[in-house]
Design a binder for this molecule. Structure first.
Ligand code: ADP
Length: 866
């Protein structure tokens, strides 16, 4: 847990700064500089945003102004075009009127009126106050004209009198007959029309219809010359002029008709280029209008004259312009600036906080890292930690040493690309094929032998264990622990080279392990893999202690070293241990640790034998022994109790026998008295009865005597002492000399050993057995051989062989019982002699038995301590 906790803190995803030294440097900036920056940055952002807003606003304003200006220019042009178009329309109308006159000699008033109505002049040409025809009259005709007298200056040679004028209104009717030529403005226009042949417009004038009007409007007339015949040469035009088709306009009405609804602009129209009240033809400005934002002036060429048109922007136009203005930008910009300020301020505070946290964590991480380095430094194994994409986040000093890369060079680098980049055949090793990488991603513990590349390009054979690490329950990377197996690989190669050893190794019937001095397994045979139920690859490179529980590992390899030092197969160590199978089951083994030299390497060969059966047999044997011991104890207890009851019985028997002697003697004495006193006085049968009683009583006495001597053996408590058997034998022979002589028996005896017993007992043994050998003789002269053989250090077997009648084997045990006899009256005896012999021998822990003898009779053997 400790381990994982440290790893977690060293590469927490919340603190990416900690995962690489570069990031760590970022965190380690001077704090006062950073906090100053943090404090100032929101204001900088605010000012920048404000300036940007103002700039944008200004730009937008300028842009809006430019657009408005363009729109206004466009509007002015459209005004100009409208005026030109409208005048052009009137020109067409006048030309149509002139064509009417050109096409007929005389145009009647009705025709003119029809023409006017046909063209629907009032509807199609608004603003036209009068549309008429004026006839030129030269000299005398002028006299005939009643109306002209008052108008035409007498100096002029001609008049131009209005003949027709439509619409037929009261105003127009009053004007018919007036001489227009008398007015200089009209005359100028007419003359220009006459000489150019073109429609000509007059300067500013007061229309006849408005003379006497309280509020007269400026007016203009427009003339189309009508010649007496077609195709008049320019030079003849003045003379050929017949009259004029003309139109009269009130400027205000005309312009109102054209621009009345257009209040986005205001117009002023001046006749000519001079702008003055005298030349002002039309003033469309509102009295209340403020100073316009836009104004422009344009000159319109209208039928031979120039009108100066002054156009000013109206409220509607300006409102249209300012609707899109940058006010919105300014407000939005200000709002955004404030928001940005607030946001930067918050972010800056957050950043300060985050930096503070990061600083604290960096210190903790550094401390943890240092501790981890210290812990892993003593491991003796290379350790590096990587995250899920293989980036190294920790490396211990041993890994630095083994692979040549310093911590600062590897942190933040991909482990596979750094350590594992090529295969042994020199081809590139794609990350996707790397099993170490794959194991880390799948969260499995992975154990294998592989190769890493040293910084200097050398290959380093390694044994690696990759263990997944989890952070908050989520797979976060792996801890890879590896060690150098160069030596072992070399030893393996040497083992492979040694074919002879290999054959023995592979075909041995015991499980064999070849281990190095540190106890790591270099090789195993099939029996070992089968008995451990493991694959070979799962065993190689692992410590032997993982597969065999044994006292050999308990002292940190000291015993192993001892085995190796005591070179030679005569110095193996045999220990009992347990095999640990892959599934955790165990079974007892006896393992022989022998030093062995393979190539130049001093190794240890472990031969392990399954001793489950032996252990079971041992256990059974122990149990049997235990049972036997218990049985023996029981038997001994029973024997003791039996001995006790025997002793009691013997005691009783002895007492009874002893006490019976007296009454028996009385019976015998009285029987003898009866015999002496009444023998011959009674009948023969009575004498015989008395005889039987006396012999029965004697027999009983004998038996009691025998029984008493038997019981005395048991009751005697003499201490065993060294006895010279030769001397005792001589004493026995002496005691038996009568029967020996009578029977002529030949007795041979060898030198006998001394025995530890009581002399009386030994004498009884010899005397009974030699006596029997003589008593139970056959027809032949008795021959007796006495000898002794040593059976063990302190046990002697004595033998007394005869050539007598022998004992059938089926009675061999029977004859040692009390009062047990095979032969009756013929031999005499009580049947107690052999019982006494057995009692004596057993008293000294020996035994007595009978066999068929070498002399044809029987041989009695007994053992006594020497
Ligand atoms: P006893 O001789 O008084 O009958 P023992 O106890 O000495 O009693 O002998 C028991 C029996 O063993 C004898 O009756 C006899 O039948 C048999 N026996 C003993 N010694 C011999 C021997 N040497 N040869 C043959 N039989 C013998």
């Amino acid at each position: 847990m400790q381990w994982e906790a440290q790893l977690s803190s060293s590469s927490s995803p919340d603190t990416p700064q900690a995962s690489s030294p570069q990031n760590a440097l970022t965190v380690a900036q001077p704090s006062n500089q950073r906090s100053l920056f943090s404090r100032v940055s929101p204001w900088l952002v605010f000012i920048a945003a404000l300036l940007s807003t103002i700039g944008a606003w200004k730009l937008a304003s300028i842009n809006a102004e430019r657009l408005a200006s363009e729109r206004f220019e466009n509007r002015v042009e459209r005004v100009r075009m409208a005026i030109v178009d409208r005048i052009s329309a009137y020109q067409q109308l006048l030309r149509a009127g002139a064509a009417l006159f050109a096409g007929s000699d005389e145009v009647s008033s009705d025709e003119w009126q029809r023409f006017y109505q046909t063209l629907q002049v009032e509807d199609n040409y608004p603003g036209l106050l009068g549309f008429g025809y004026a006839k030129r009259i030269l000299g005398p005709e002028r006299e005939n004209s009643p109306a002209s007298a008052s108008l035409a200056p007498p100096s002029l040679p001609e008049t131009v009198v209005i003949v027709y004028l439509e619409p037929d209104s009261d105003l127009n009717r009053h004007v018919v007959g007036l001489n227009m030529f008398a007015d200089a403005t009209r005359r100028e226009a007419m003359l220009r029309a006459a000489t150019t042949g073109q429609v000509s417009i007059s300067g500013k004038t007061l229309l006849f219809q408005d003379q006497g009007n309280a509020q007269p409007q400026p007016g203009v007339l427009i003339y189309q010359p009508v010649y007496s015949h077609g195709n008049v040469a320019p030079a003849q035009r003045r003379q050929a002029i017949e009259g004029y088709v003309f139109g009269a306009f009130r400027m205000h009405d005309l312009m109102q008709a054209m621009f009345a609804s257009k209040d986005d602009i205001a117009l002023e129209i001046y006749d000519g280029r001079t702008l003055s009240a005298q030349t002002l033809l039309y003033d469309g400005r509102s009295k209340k209008a403020s100073t316009p934002r836009f104004s422009a002036r344009t000159v319109v060429h209208v039928s031979g004259r120039e009108w100066t048109v002054q156009v000013s922007s109206g409220n509607v136009f300006e409102a249209g312009v300012y609707r899109e203005t940058s006010g919105v930008i300014l407000v939005a910009g200000l709002a955004i600036s404030i928001l940005l300020f607030a946001l930067t301020l918050t972010l800056s505070r957050l950043r300060e906080h985050a930096l503070e946290l990061a600083r604290g964590m960096t210190a903790t991480i550094k401390e943890n890292e240092q501790r981890l380095r210290e812990i892993t430094a003593s491991l003796g194994e290379g350790v590096y930690v990587k995250d899920l994409d293989g980036t190294i986040t920790f490396v211990n000093p041993e890994a630095e040493k083994l692979l040549g890369w310093k911590a600062e060079e590897v942190l933040g680098t991909n482990a596979h690309l750094l350590y594992h980049h090529h295969k042994l055949d020199g081809t590139e090793y794609p990350i996707a094929e790397c099993p170490i990488m794959h194991a880390a991603l799948s969260g499995e513990t992975y154990r294998a032998e592989d190769y890493f590349w040293h910084k200097n390009g050398a290959v380093l054979p390694i044994s690696i264990t990759s263990t997944p690490i989890y952070r908050n329950g989520v797979l976060a990377g792996a801890v890879n622990v590896f060690h150098d197996i160069t030596e072992r690989k070399r030893a393996e190669a040497q083992v492979r080279e040694n074919q002879q050893f290999r054959a023995l190794f592979d075909y041995a019937r015991e499980a064999l392990f070849l281990v190095d001095a540190s106890g790591f397994i270099i090789d195993v045979n099939h029996v070992a893999t089968d008995s451990l139920r493991c694959e070979r690859a799962q065993i190689l490179g692992r410590p032997a202690r993982d597969f065999m529980a044994s006292p050999m590992w308990s002292d940190g390899g000291a015993t192993l070293a001892t085995v190796i030092r005591r070179a030679g197969p005569e110095a193996p160590v045999i220990v009992e241990g347990e095999h640990i199978c892959r599934d955790g089951t165990r079974f007892p083994v006896e393992a022989l640790f022998s030093p062995i030299q393979i190539g130049t390497r001093e190794l240890i060969l472990i031969a392990a034998r399954d001793i489950t059966e032996r252990k079971r047999a041992d256990a059974e044997r122990r149990e049997l022994l235990e049972r036997e011991r218990r049985a023996r104890e029981n038997a001994e207890a029973a024997q003791k109790s039996l001995a006790r009851s025997n002793a009691d019985l013997e005691h009783f028997a002895y007492a009874a026998s002893h006490d019976l002697q007296e009454p028996l003697r009385m019976v015998t004495a009285y029987n003898q008295l009866l015999q002496k006193r009444y023998s011959g006085n009674l009948d023969r049968e009575a004498d015989q009865f008395i005889e039987y009683s006396i012999s029965g009583a004697r027999r009983m006495e004998q038996l009691l005597q025998a029984l008493l001597s038997y019981l005395r053996v048991a009751a005697a408590d003499e201490v065993a002492e060294p006895v010279d058997a030769n001397r005792v034998l001589q004493e026995a022979l002496q005691n038996l000399h009568t029967v020996i002589e009578e029977s002529g028996a030949r007795i041979d005896y060898a030198q006998l050993p001394p025995v530890r017993a009581h002399a009386v007992h030994v004498l009884q043994l010899f005397q009974n057995l030699i006596g029997n050998a003589i008593k139970y003789r056959s027809a032949e002269t008795p021959r007796i051989q006495i000898g002794a053989q040593q059976q063990a250090d302190d046990i002697w077997i004595f033998s007394i062989a005869d050539n007598g009648i022998g004992v059938e084997p089926r009675y061999a045990d029977h004859i040692f019982g009390i009062f047990k006899r095979l032969h009756g009256e013929q031999y005499g005896g009580t049947g107690i002699g052999l019982a006494i012999c057995q009692k004596i021998v057993e008293r000294y822990g020996g035994r007595i038995w009978v066999e068929s003898g070498p002399l044809g009779g029987s041989v009695f053997r007994f053992s006594l301590p020497g």
